[in-house]
Design a protein around this ligand. Structure first.
Ligand SMILES: [Zn+2]
Length: 732
């Protein structure tokens, strides 16, 4: 069952599958670990994590927590076991036991209680810090800074930061891991802060890096430095080696268990997501809450990013109930609407909720009913939340290599801000979409998508460009911005775009980094007297503001009547001088083409990044129109009405759902949310695959059975009001 039309059929995939292997290898690939038949990973839908603090044993209320797990219908638990502090009677030398543990076994008591509730149980370890006796006995286990000094813990100077890539993790923590699995037969080990705390210059790192590469450890962060590049790959290999070591040792003791590192994320995350997707049978997106001006859709973005390489393997969305700011009030509680919106946007984007509570004591109980209510709803509607796949037809590409080697220390501004801008535009346009990893541009992975968006995906290899060309050749469409494909996979600038032929544009040798007071002229085709559909909604003006940065381009071949042309910068002071010196040029600021069966839109300027900075409504329309024109096909769901909604569409066994998360409410300046303001009525049209029979339509939040009109392969209904979210469930 699908809505809309996937791009390729199975046959075309098989015909072209030879291309799938052509992507570059950034760092070595991993072979997937075979999972045993009785794997538990698919089962948990709601996670509970109790992160014990050292004085919890003997003082916290065990039965309260077990009862809370029961009341919330949590079916899996993550419980603190060892590493920095052991919460069980460990026999491993130097494995520091909680001073409050006494003769007890806090971890073991929790495990036993959770098992009685039939919960999956995984143990948490944290290897990032060690006590003085570890440093005394094994000084080489401690991380070393560039000046050659051992690194004290920044918060607790009596502790030491450990080296993640040497014997502390590979030997000592392997023993700890094995002891926990042996004693408690847990279903897995989850490690927090296992990948190190920045660059380490200890003797092991120096020797191992030299042995692997013949180079000394880099002393620069410049991504063009040879040693820095080599180090990036070596560190990644070393951590994947550690992952495989721990996973293998765990499975030797309990074949149904696995290692679950706290890792993964988007373009700026540090381990290759393609390899992570191959290694992990399940994973946790650890994004605890928003801070500053993080938009509330950011939790859903995590889900999309993890899913891009995890496929339909289960992904939990780890949220905390506290205020998530640099001052780290880890013992705090957020407002109920703030917690709810964050979790609901994760659920709408396929995350299984995972709450984490730091410390067994309760200084502020206000979060308890909030999570209980969320989890209760989730439990009652579980069958509609076990998604088989998303039905989005738009994919937005993200690129870790672009962040690493083109963005470097400026990856946030040069790379991620483009993504955030396009993401916000798609949210405002209510276009369901997925994230796509740039190392998975093969025909099979791209099959669901009619449009791929490249928000300044600057660094692309020749092989990746060939895959994109093939995608368009097969009928796919692309929307690209700014410096997309102007650099190779190492961030080295090319003479011309790797995708120049698709863009119909060549690089003209210059990039304006910061334009002031520049505009865009909206053009009419003199032959037809009409404007291009890209300019829909801008009929009442002849010009709009330009972006901030612009790649100079020249057209390849003939390109008549570009819809947008450049009005170059002119003085913005003194006011007497503010008039255009060159009122009209023929310099295209967008390239629109039909390329075989596909369509291509290329903006040479930073439209998406500027949109993130300014949120100009005109730029938002261009970003939306570009995707709609490129798609050339009705979207699987259309939602009309006032407000800002995150719209996602999913298929389950025997049903489909549309999630509508009401984001209209955020404070006018930034979070956190105080209250929900209901969204007014929304008209929803859901397009069904040919031959689909609708048995029943219901609203899973309000509990209403809506009036539904069915015609022309679509159903139409009106949602009278959405407080925080609504889910339309369609039984098929
Ligand atoms: Zn080291």
């Amino acid at each position: 069952m699908t809505t809309g039309r996937p791009l390729f059929n199975r046959r075309s995939f098989l015909r072209h599958s030879a291309l799938a292997g052509t992507a570059l290898a950034l760092a070595g690939d991993a072979s997937p670990v075979p999972a045993p038949a009785d794997e538990w990973f698919e089962r948990p839908m709601r996670w509970a994590q109790l992160t014990l603090v050292e004085d919890d044993p003997g003082t916290y209320d065990l039965n309260f927590w077990l009862d809370y797990f029961r009341r919330t219908h949590s079916d899996a638990a993550c419980l603190s076991a060892g590493g920095c502090v052991a919460y069980y009677p460990t026999k491993i030398p130097l494995h520091y036991r909680s001073q409050w543990l006494g003769a007890g076994d806090a971890f073991g008591d929790l495990v036993a209680g959770c098992r009685k509730l039939n919960m999956v149980v995984i143990a948490r370890t944290d290897p990032h810090a060690a006590h003085q006796d570890v440093c005394d006995r094994h000084p080489d286990w401690i991380a070393v800074n560039a000046e050659g000094q051992k690194i004290r813990h920044p918060v607790m100077p009596e502790l030491w930061i450990t080296c993640a890539l040497g014997p502390y993790n590979f030997d000592f923590m392997t023993s700890v891991t094995k002891e926990i699995v042996t004693l408690y037969k847990v279903d897995g080990i989850f490690s927090n802060r296992w990948a190190g705390s920045g660059m380490c210059y200890c003797e092991h790192c120096r020797e191992n890096f030299h042995a692997a590469t013949g180079m000394d450890l880099p002393r620069t962060l410049n991504p063009h430095d040879r040693a820095r590049r080599a180090y990036t790959g070596w560190r990644e290999q070393r951590l994947f080696e550690l992952w495989r070591l721990w996973d293998g040792e765990i499975r030797k003791l309990n074949p149904a268990a696995c290692y679950i590192p706290n890792s993964g994320g988007g373009a700026t995350s540090d381990l290759d997501m393609k390899t992570i997707g191959e290694l992990a049978p399940t994973l946790v997106a650890d994004r605890q809450a928003r801070s500053g001006i993080t938009p509330p859709w950011a939790n859903g973005k995590n889900g999309k990013e993890y899913r891009s390489t995890m496929g339909q393997k289960p992904i939990a969305g780890l949220f905390s109930v506290g205020v998530e700011e640099p001052y780290r009030w880890k013992d705090s509680v957020q407002s109920a609407p703030e917690i709810r919106l964050w979790v609901l946007d994760g659920i709408a984007n396929g995350l299984r909720p995972w709450f984490t509570k730091f410390a067994g004591s309760l200084n502020d109980r206000r979060w308890l009913p909030v999570v209980e209510d969320l989890y209760g709803w989730h439990y009652r509607n579980e069958r509609y939340l076990r998604n088989v796949r998303p039905l989005a037809r738009v994919g937005m590409v993200y690129s870790q290599q672009t962040a690493r080697f083109y963005g470097g220390q400026q990856a946030r501004q040069k790379v991620e801000d483009h993504t955030l801008g396009y993401y916000q535009a798609l949210i405002e346009a209510r276009i369901p979409f997925e994230m796509v990893h740039d190392r998975l541009l093969d025909v099979e992975h791209l099959d669901p998508f009619r449009v791929l968006i490249f928000p300044n995906i600057a660094a692309l290899s020749v092989g990746q460009c060939a895959q994109i060309r093939e995608y368009v050749h097969l009928g796919g469409s692309i929307v690209a911005t700014h410096e997309t494909s102007l650099y190779d996979e190492w961030g080295e600038r090319r003479a011309d775009f790797g995708l120049a032929d698709l863009f119909g544009a060549s690089f003209d040798g210059a990039i304006d980094a910061r334009m002031q007071n520049s505009y865009l002229s909206l053009e009419t085709d003199p032959a037809t007297g009409k404007r291009h559909p890209l300019l829909a909604g801008l009929d009442d003006t002849g010009r709009i503001i330009n972006g901030v940065s612009r790649v100079h381009t020249k057209t390849i071949g003939a390109y008549a009547n570009p819809p947008l042309t450049l009005i170059p910068s002119y003085p913005d002071l003194p006011m007497e001088e503010v008039f255009p010196r060159i009122p009209k040029t023929d310099i295209p600021e967008v390239y629109v083409h039909e390329a075989g069966k596909g369509r291509v839109v290329y903006f040479p300027w930073d439209i998406d990044r500027t949109f993130w900075e300014l949120l100009s409504v005109d730029h938002g329309k261009l970003l939306r129109n570009a995707v709609e024109w490129a798609a050339n096909w009705p979207p699987p769901v259309t939602v009309t009405g006032p407000g800002v909604l995150d719209v996602t569409i999913w298929e389950q066994k025997g049903s489909m759902t549309v999630h509508l998360v009401n984001l209209t409410n955020p404070m006018m300046m930034k979070g956190p949310l105080r209250e929900f303001i209901p969204a007014p009525p929304q008209k929803v049209i859901i397009r069904l695959a040919a031959g689909t029979k609708v048995k029943k339509v219901q609203l899973l939040v309000s509990g209403m059975t809506p009036r539904v009109q069915e015609a022309n392969g679509s159903i139409t209904l009106t949602i009278p009001s959405i407080l925080d979210h609504e889910v339309i469930a369609i039984d098929l």
